[in-house]
Ligand binder design. Sequence first.
Ligand code: HAM
Length: 418
Amino acid sequence: MYYQSPRGTQDILPEEQTYWRYVQDKAAAMAERYGYKRIETPTFEDARLFTRTIGEETDIVSKEMYTFADRGGSDLTLRPEGTAPVCRAYIEHGMGSRPKPVKLYYLASIFRYDRPQAGRYREHHQFGFELIGEADAAADAEVIDMSWRFYKELGLITLPVQLNSIGCPDCRNAYIAALKAYYAPGISSQCQDCRTRYDKNPLRLLDCKKPDCAAAAADAPHSADYLCSDCQAHFDRLIILLKAVEIPYEINHRLVRGLDYYRRTVFEIQPLEEGAQSTIGGGGRYDGLIEQLGGETTPAVGFATGIERIILNLKRQDVSVTALPATRFFLAWLGETAATVAFTMGAELRREGLPLVQSLGGRSLKAQLRQASALGVRYALILGESELENHTIVLRDMASSEQRVLSLDGLAATLQQL
Ligand code: HAM
């Protein structure tokens, strides 16, 4: 019997690491440039952390969570997103007493029982960042600016930022009433999910991808027309700031996002090529979340992007990424006596800091050199009986096949200079 990785998960093989390192290094550098500090939270959390914050009626909570009882009977969930865990940690560690805003970023695996397809997995990885403790629209603008610049610096071409304001709980009531009034006459002919949304989470009606439901959403009232004066002022200010830093955006009145904790600003970014999984990143403001988790009332805004989807689009757009450096040296040897000397020499050269792979079994020189070239090393070192006698070693340039003889005295220093 052969085992395979569970459906919707994937092995990230060495050949793929070039892309992963490229994206992760850029993510960390970007986050640090904007003043974010890295945080890592556990892979699983109390299930209620997610059900209460993401919302019982969302797809994530109702269909996609990996929830299980552990042996002690606790209900745990593999994290289906990163924002609620960061807020939980923020409260738990009293980060509210730190100078605000507190800026935290993460690179973490995320689990959702989604229907797998290209760019959609059951385990994926996110780069996310959360700016906690600032209510000003400048915080939203800075988060959007950073998201936008991140893709630019990766070399990805994206569409204008999709932007909307869904208001606060005060103005949302009037909007939801208007939305329900608009949908009421035709709701019985919409899909089953939409009929449930109508009762339980009407905002999500705007987000249904089924053609008939999407057509119904086209003329639905706009949340931006129902904003209270504070939400309106916030949205206006955000737009002024986005223009000031020249972020292309489009107001998308149907953008509501798939998590219930958002207030006011929501936004998403899509890559140039439209596909089934077109969104590569999304975020928004979630001023009520920390209070909902038992912390003090704390405004916050954040964003997350899927690394697999970024890599998929880097490939689609033919973005060349810097290759990871191959190991520089390969140590080959010939003959019984050389075996032990070569083994010791390899260990010592690595201790001196040289990146070196040594031949381990007793293979022919030809086979050893084949291995060296498969590894992409720049130089092979060859130790045979006669070199041993002369206290020397052969250095072979793998690109040009040129060889020269080096003394074993001061070998590490000689190699360091190459
Ligand atoms: P989200 O939109 O649910 O937001 O996920 C963020 C990104 O994760 C998506 O844009 C997509 O790139 C990626 N993603 C989501 N599901 C999958 C999947 N099944 N397979 C591959 N990639 C996927 C959040 O999770 C919020 N916590 C973002 C946020 C941070 N809001 C405020 N702060």
